[in-house]
Design a protein. Sequence first.
Length: 455
Amino acid sequence: MSLFAFLKHAPHIPEIPNPEEVKKEYTYWRLRIMYSMFIGYAFYYFTRKSFTFAMPGLIQDLNYDKSQLGLLGSIFAITYGISKFASGIISDQSNPRYFMALGLMLTGVFNILFGFSSSLMMFALFWGLNGWFQGFGWPPCARFLTHWYSHSERGSWWATWNVSHNIGAFIIPWIVGLCLHYFGWRAAMYVPGVLCILGGFFLINRLRDTPQSLGLPPIEKYRNDYAGQTAAELDERELTARELVMGVIKNKYIWMLAVAYFFVYIVRTGINDWTALFLIESKGYGRLGASGVVSLFEAGGFFGSLCAGWVSDRMFHARRGPVNLIFAVALLIAMTAFWLVPAGYPWLDSTSIFCIGFAIFGPQMLIGVAAAELSHKKAAATATGLTGFVAYMGAAMAGYPLGLIIDKMGWYGFFFAMIACCALSVLFLVPLWGVTKESMNAKKPPTTDGAELAS
């Protein structure tokens, strides 16, 4: 038996014949899958953001400078981005229950090993490996969300799951901060690591693969919500790696979403990483005040995710394109407003940052939904993995390259770059306004090839 046999898809079992029992089981398992994914992905943020908040301790105890620590951040972004695509392909051929749990446990292990280290080389090795296994978190969730929740409701469910980003990002500064204050930076790496190893066991206990592995019908059949699916998708055949990759790569709409995501993530990461410094240097904020304003970015994101999902399902009948574009335009306006706020108006700064967070988490969430829905159902993790890879190349651009712009052009250059990225994201989302699975399939000639993943 292969060492990784446990990662194989759970086999389908005979379908439960009693409709009432099916309804009862589906209600139970959909709720259980959702809260388990939510908690699990929030835990991924514990080991993703631990280093960010432990950095002051590394600077003080080991005398590393900001450029050296910035290098670790770039290594993480690159390995994480590559892993998102690679693990998306693997995840589509694996049992997401074990795949997600394995990744979470290994991020915990490498956080602990990071805490035992002192050399920059070992930091780079362990933080890069942490980035790689962080990529195991998102793709299984995309697979769960496309197999357990149907098209017409998926925006709302995806939005609910997506705020796990904000919850995890809100909790981890407190955990790391307390560890750093009382025990030092090494404990600030150990504690999140141990929590994530335990979280991995929680995921193994709570999650399951597909509805069919529990004797339930496919979600489309259960909810009578087929949303333009082709016969090749309805047969529920798992796809080969070549079918997964070629189908996604040949889908022009996935690439348009990915490029828009690239610019969205430059803005998201740029605001996260540089706003506090901007407020301190340009507007006279203290460290605590600047951190308080920046925290409103995540608060805005919490409400923006929920709103975007609800609006796309209820007001636009599960069409993601219009809502993506509306939120991207709102982001452009909010970013421009933040730039124009003069010093001495903290409430306007706070409002602007909240609005930026609200607006940016619309496309941050819905571009992923759209990528999953505009690809083959069995390629959801691969499609979101590709868009995630491109997004994190954008996140890497918000590090050293954006820092160079600030050094050469000052904060004017920062805002010029941010506003330009907002405008470019709008540009790439405009053609996707009316694109749906049904419109894509209507344009294509009939095919009997099950490998046609864009359908």
